[in-house]
Write a protein that binds this ligand. Structure first.
Ligand code: MBD
Ligand code: FE
Length: 284
């Protein structure tokens, strides 16, 4: 158990602090600053904001409210949550626009690398009394040419049936509902897990304050997070949603796509549900 986590960790500020720490240790390729690119992107971003201020005749009271709100986002460590919910989906759309293979979706703030891995199939780490309908999630990883990709890696992580992610909420085993499968010689993989429930993003902090002020809701539909890697291929980071699930049409993070909806069916042996979903990766 990650018993160093406390009740605080389930709050927006606690979740935010954990997500911020994770993001800061995440390895990113070092890049040199392209001054022309910064000037173009930052310049256009400011121009877009200036236009909004004109369009809506923004007042000083509103400008000050924005300032205090931005200060709170920082103080609560909510930048990873806020950006992934309201901005990441457009970056994902732009970056993956030319892919022929499986559709991607946003990574979100709760991925942790290094989950336990097995070959071919695995049961995700879970509690003895893990709530939720058992789910067998299986498939095959192929290239765009249709050839199976043995040695592909499929990572799966998701919230529990109460909407909590391990490492971002207290009282959960360290790797609860997080795992990795190395595909078999036919590129096949299988996970035994439980179906997650719709998920309310932590809303007792600055992000929730904005959502409430705007009269929006804080829900994401029930979802599985996945990353699929194979050498010589572009990896895919994506999410899968459940057919007919609540909030599929009103995801606060705008990360649902028609191709990403799965429809598990009851298993013949009565042991929960099962679904097959294949991944197709683009070559470099
Ligand atoms: C999540 O679980 C999530 O997937 C995203 C994108 C944002 C907040 C919480
Ligand atoms: Fe999520």
């Amino acid at each position: 158990m990650t018993d160093q986590l406390t009740e605080f960790d389930a709050t927006a500020a606690g979740t935010g602090a954990n997500a911020t720490k994770m993001f800061q240790v995440k390895t990113r390729e070092a890049t040199t600053v392209d001054h022309a690119r910064v000037a173009a992107v930052a310049g256009d971003a400011f121009a877009a904001l200036h236009k909004v201020i004109h369009q809506h005749r923004v007042t000083y009271a509103e400008y000050d409210a924005l300032k205090s709100w931005l200060i709170r986002v920082g103080e609560d460590g909510e930048w990873p949550l806020f950006l992934d919910v309201f901005v990441e989906h457009v970056v994902e759309e732009v970056v993956n626009a030319d892919r022929a293979g499986s559709k991607g979706s946003i990574e979100g703030p709760f991925y942790i690398p290094g989950a336990p891995s097995e070959v071919g199939s695995t049961t995700l780490p879970m509690r003895d009394d893990e709530p939720g309908t058992p789910l067998l999630f299986q498939g095959q990883v192929r290239g765009v040419d249709g050839a199976p990709l043995p040695g592909a890696t499929v990572e799966l992580w998701h919230a529990d049936a109460n909407g909590f992610y391990s490492r971002f909420a207290p009282g959960l085993p360290e790797w609860n509902l997080r795992g990795v499968v190395l595909a078999d010689p036919e590129g096949r993989f299988a996970f035994r897990t439980v179906k997650p429930a719709p998920y309310q993003i932590p809303h007792d902090g600055a992000t929730g304050q904005l959502i409430e002020a705007a009269g929006w809701h804080a829900w994401r539909p029930a979802h599985l997070h996945l990353k699929v890697f194979a050498s010589g291929h572009h990896s895919v980071t994506t999410q899968l949603y459940f057919d007919g699930g609540d909030y599929n049409d009103s995801d606060i993070a705008s990360a649902v796509k028609p191709d990403l909806i799965i429809a598990p069916t009851p298993r013949a042996d009565g042991a929960g549900e099962e679904v097959t979903y294949d991944f197709v990766l683009d070559r470099f």
